[in-house]
Design a binder for this molecule. Structure first.
Ligand SMILES: *Cc1c(COP(=O)(O)O)cnc(C)c1O
Length: 403
């Protein structure tokens, strides 16, 4: 134990010396994962209650996804889009059919899918809507998180994400999340699109008022603007639906997805839209060397099958409602508010609790891994393959630490 304790200390020291300090992780040095469980280099077992920000909705190392990945990597992994590959068309047909859009544009990271949405909206604005050159505007919201590129952080309202990275790209107007009047006022013939997270994950699982998304849909229709949903964290089962915004009875004109699209085995993202939008892209006008590669398609193909066949949306809805009820019933002196959407919870603590970090550290000591988001909120987002008994186990520890 003494010797192995040195092992994780050594690895943490290497990170401190040789890696950029752009994250502040908890000190669990993980080496293996299986389903909802991960193991550190000392052999301690933890329940993963974050699931890599919902990239691992299907659970770690899902055997079916891993098998698809291994089978594919032994055959063909990358062609670039200079040539065609036999996985790309069939996978995009499956994805488009499942989410209900005409076409798919594959990228790798979430930020790239959002960049694709922005490009599509602008080009559509100029070529279809008739916005004068370089005048297109995209409406976005406070406390958004859409990724880390210089364009995207330019319209972040989080000083950590934004400060020091200017000058920023123009063409974005930031409005209060949930405020339809502000959107109504900001609408103009220059607005190409509204870009919104149906539930704000990084902000702490912020669920907007029920009328917000339908209201955005109506305003976009009225003013001839596109409604674009960033479903990178909220999508693919996390809120109990394949796409969170569909629970409001509306359909976005385009969606960005990523994270759980591959079940956590490989970076795969995509922008989906109907022909009327996607036809703005012509050869050479957008792309990515790895985008749509056979390995990505094989992994994501299997990850979608798991999502559907293991009924992860229904599991998320049912277990989430039950679990949120239990957390609400805790009567903890530290908890200010519990927000939930499926098996996705933001537990906001009173400032007097002294920050969420120490509770996350205490939970880690008990074998439960979750992470503070901003200062006062703990996000719970376990893999959606979790069982009720395992949630029960987690609840006992949460109750002990927060109760
Ligand atoms: C994680 C996330 C992104 C960025 O995805 P990356 O793969 O980290 O680039 C964008 N939007 C939302 C809502 C996210 O949660």
């Amino acid at each position: 134990m003494e010797q192995s304790a040195t092992k994780s200390a050594e690895l943490i020291e290497l990170e401190a010396r040789f890696t950029a300090h752009n994250y502040k992780p908890l000190d669990a040095v993980l080496t293996r994962g299986e389903g909802i469980w991960v193991y550190d280099v000392e052999g301690n077992r933890y329940l993963d209650f974050l699931a890599a920000y919902s990239a691992v909705n299907q659970g770690h190392n899902h055997p079916r996804i891993v098998a698809a990945l291994i089978e594919q990597v032994q055959r063909l992994s990358l062609t670039s889009r200079a040539f065609r590959n036999d996985r790309f068309g069939p996978f995009c047909r499956k994805l488009a059919g499942l989410l209900g859009y005409d076409k798919v544009l594959m990228m790798n990271t979430g930020a790239e899918a959002v960049e694709t949405a922005i490009k599509a909206a602008r080009k559509w604005g100029y070529t279809v809507k008739g916005i004068p050159a370089d005048q297109a505007e995209i409406l976005v919201f406070t406390n958004n998180f859409h990724g880390r590129t210089t364009t995207i952080v330019g319209f972040s309202t989080d000083p950590d994400a934004r400060d020091g990275y200017g000058p920023f790209a123009p063409g974005f107007t930031v409005l209060p999340y949930g405020d339809l009047d502000a959107v109504r006022t900001a609408m103009s013939p220059r607005v190409a699109a509204v870009l919104v997270e149906p539930v704000q994950g990084e902000a702490g699982v912020i669920v907007p008022p029920a009328e917000f998304l339908p209201g955005l849909r109506a305003l976009c229709d009225e003013h001839g603007a596109l409604l674009l949903c960033d479903e990178i964290q909220s999508g693919l089962g996390r809120t109990g639906h394949l796409l969170a915004h569909r629970a409001s009875g509306i359909r976005a004109d385009g969606v960005a997805i990523g994270k759980a699209l591959s079940g956590g085995v490989y970076p795969v993202s995509a922008f989906l839209a109907d022909d009327a939008v996607m036809q703005v892209f012509h050869p050479g006008q957008h792309g990515s060397t790895y985008g749509g590669n056979p390995l990505a398609c094989a992994a994501a193909d299997a990850a979608l099958d798991v999502l559907v066949e293991e009924d992860l949306c229904r599991r998320s809805r049912e277990l989430g409602a039950w679990f949120a009820e239990r957390i609400r019933a805790l009567q903890s002196p530290h908890i200010r508010e519990v927000r939930d959407a499926g098996l996705w919870l933001g537990v906001e603590l009173h400032p007097a609790a002294g920050g969420a970090r120490r509770f996350c550290e205490a939970l880690m000591q008990r074998g439960l891994l979750c992470k503070e988001t901003h200062t006062h909120t703990i996000r719970f987002a376990p893999p959606l393959v979790i069982q009720r008994e395992e949630l029960d186990w987690a609840f006992q520890h949460i109750a002990a630490v927060l109760g």
